[in-house]
Design a binder for this molecule. Structure first.
Ligand SMILES: O=c1[nH]cnc2c1ncn2[C@@H]1O[C@H](COP(=O)(O)OP(=O)(O)O)[C@@H](O)[C@H]1O
Length: 146
């Protein structure tokens, strides 16, 4: 298993995505796919997110923001193609500083790998989204995550 996040313009870890454009023109999943093209140059003919890929909805009352989190499973060859496409994205070097693989291992010191990765700064509720993706996709059990 591997899992992809992005390094954002502000140095925080986040997932590719973004806010919906104002107005009724687009649904959340359409906004997501638009942002995926802008940020990571995703090939929508093969990897567009569908409504059924949704994993989590989160309401932030103070920011008046609802976040929707979608997860898409691909094989390792596709994963690597998605990683390489980011270099030609519109927002590479401005909004996104590239995609990265989340280390899903823990070294024998109990620190290097996933534990210290979680000490990064995350945008919004991206840290919760990451942990949810890991358990929902059976990459690690809830016990292992804890
Ligand atoms: O990966 C993420 N997961 C959850 N929330 C995020 C993520 N990235 C950004 N956010 C939140 O979404 C809101 C908009 O973020 P930002 O200003 O970066 O918008 P943009 O991505 O449309 O440019 C902020 O409240 C931010 O905390």
């Amino acid at each position: 298993f591997s899992l992809q996040m992005q390094s954002r313009f502000d140095g925080n870890m986040g997932f590719p995505g973004g806010l919906m454009d104002k107005g009724p023109q687009e649904t959340p999943v359409e906004a997501l796919n638009r942002e995926l093209v802008e940020e990571i140059n995703l090939d929508l003919s093969r990897f567009a997110c569908q409504q059924e890929d949704i994993l989590l909805t989160h309401v932030n009352h103070s920011k008046k923001l609802v976040t929707y989190f979608y997860a898409k499973e691909v094989n390792l060859v596709e994963f690597s193609e998605i990683e390489k496409a980011v270099l030609d994205s519109e927002e590479w070097g401005t909004e996104t500083y590239g995609v990265l693989r989340v280390p899903l291992f823990t070294m024998s010191d109990g620190y290097r790998g996933f534990p210290v990765f979680l000490a990064n700064k995350f945008a919004g509720n991206a840290r919760i989204q990451l942990l949810k993706a890991i358990t929902a996709k059976n990459i690690l059990s809830e016990d292992e995550v804890n």
